[in-house]
Design a protein around this ligand. Sequence first.
Ligand SMILES: Nc1nc2c([nH]c(=O)n2[C@H]2C[C@H](O)[C@@H](COP(=O)(O)OP(=O)(O)OP(=O)(O)O)O2)c(=O)[nH]1
Length: 132
Amino acid sequence: MPQNLKSILVAAAIIQKDNKIFIARRSPHKHLGGLWEFPGGKIEEGETDEECLYRELQEELGITINVKEFFMNNIHNYGNITINLKAYFCEIKSGEITLSDHDQYLWVLKNELDNYEFAPADLPFIKVMNAN
Ligand SMILES: Nc1nc2c([nH]c(=O)n2[C@H]2C[C@H](O)[C@@H](COP(=O)(O)OP(=O)(O)OP(=O)(O)O)O2)c(=O)[nH]1
């Protein structure tokens, strides 16, 4: 891959509670600021996807989670950057949600996801969830 085409691995948690899903809005100053996403972040060198999610959700939301199962991934080209976004179904093990990286969060029903403007890389996840 040419030097100027950066590709990064990102893990995202689809946290389920009862019949709802957790979504969070990216802070305005960040890449894709103002768009909704599933919390997570870049997978660091030597880290498994599960370790990444565990770390990111502690950092970003102040919770500990169980990673239940892999859902699907999507490779998306944002122009200057290509991300391989890997989504996992998760559940909260302990802690109360405290935002440090996002400016808003919501628990929504699967069929309400369409009402929110998500980061483009997440759209296939929503399509598949709504089809099931
Ligand atoms: N966490 C997360 N990132 C997403 C999603 N969809 C999507 O396109 N992204 C993009 C935004 C960023 O370009 C990249 C990961 O960004 P991030 O900002 O959450 O990662 P991070 O916490 O490790 O990064 P940083 O702010 O510390 O630099 O993936 C998503 O659902 N969740």
